[in-house]
Design a protein around this ligand. Structure first.
Ligand SMILES: [Zn+2]
Length: 292
């Protein structure tokens, strides 16, 4: 399957160089992240579609040894990688971390985790956050200045509310947004251009957003990946974190004039519903701030 990312984001270090984060594009727009212990070359895959061969080839080419899978949630394009390793008879040798709440749905789980738990990898302690709203039992993993947030927070967007209710996603996003601004957001898909088209339709007076659109369009024109972003960028330009902005409030009030939008969670929920209508996809490119 052709991947929308032709040139992945190069590996980057965290935890004072004790860990590295690698990106392996898979399927059409999935991003598999590998957390690598730089001392032992052991790697943990964070989610993935059934793409064991790509991950194994990547590891072999770089002298890495895959020893773990950390699952954020149980959708097929995230636990498919567990099933792929199971078919190869290799899952039983892996450490598999997933949400305690959905332990029965995580193939090969060896380490069920819950909100606030510590997750050790190499000699670094990560932290587990329960970040529901997209699906029940969705967890995110924080390792120093990196968060693996699956389908909860996306670059310039957020996941669909399959299980909801909106209040759960709203709470999860607020908790993620409260991470330090330099935290790198390693979400699970390259959806950023579409997300930014919507963002611009609800907040066309945001200079940081205009700047981000120009930056992302330039990256994507070369087939490069726009992920990770940072929590600081998301706070400045992600409409699902910007429910307090008058411009966003006005855009959703215009779209849903009969709704009570007095609480922040109502503005968030209406923003999500407005994106789900997909009207913004009809807007021509010339409305975007690309030539300024
Ligand atoms: Zn999902």
């Amino acid at each position: 399957m052709d991947h929308v990312v032709r040139t992945p984001t190069p590996p980057f270090a965290t935890a004072s160089g004790r860990l590295e984060v690698h990106q392996v594009p898979a399927w059409r727009d999935n991003l598999i992240w590998l957390l690598v212990d730089t001392a032992t070359k052991e790697a943990a895959a964070i989610d993935g579609p059934p793409a064991a061969d790509e991950v194994l080839a990547y590891c072999e080419a770089r002298g890495l040894k895959l020893t773990a899978i950390f699952n954020t949630h149980t959708h097929h394009d995230h636990i498919g990688i567990n099933q792929a390793f199971e078919q190869k008879g290799m899952l039983k040798d892996l450490r598999v971390v997933g949400a305690k709440k959905r332990a029965d749905d995580v193939p090969g789980i060896t380490e069920p985790v819950d909100d606030g738990d510590t997750l050790r990898f190499g000699d670094v302690n990560g932290k587990v956050m329960l970040t529901e709203g997209h699906i029940d039992g969705h967890v995110s993993y924080v390792f120093e200045d990196v968060v693996f947030c699956g389908d909860t927070l996306f670059a310039a967007g957020c996941g669909y509310l399959f299980d909801g209710p909106p209040a759960k996603m709203h709470e999860s996003l607020k908790r993620l947004a409260a991470l330090p601004p330099e935290t790198r957001v390693c979400c699970a898909h390259e959806y950023t251009e579409d997300n930014l088209r919507f963002a611009w339709s609800v907040e066309p007076d945001n200079d940081a957003l205009a700047e981000r659109i120009r930056k992302v369009w330039a990256l994507r024109a070369e087939g490069k990946c726009s992920v990770p972003s940072t929590i600081g960028e998301e706070r400045a330009s992600n409409p699902f974190l910007r429910f307090a902005q008058t411009t966003v409030q006005k855009a959703v009030a215009d779209a849903f004039p009969d709704d009570d939008l007095s609480a922040p969670v109502d503005v968030f929920a209406a923003t999500r519903r407005l994106k789900d209508r997909k009207d913004y996809r009809e807007r021509p490119d010339h409305v975007l701030p690309l030539n300024e």
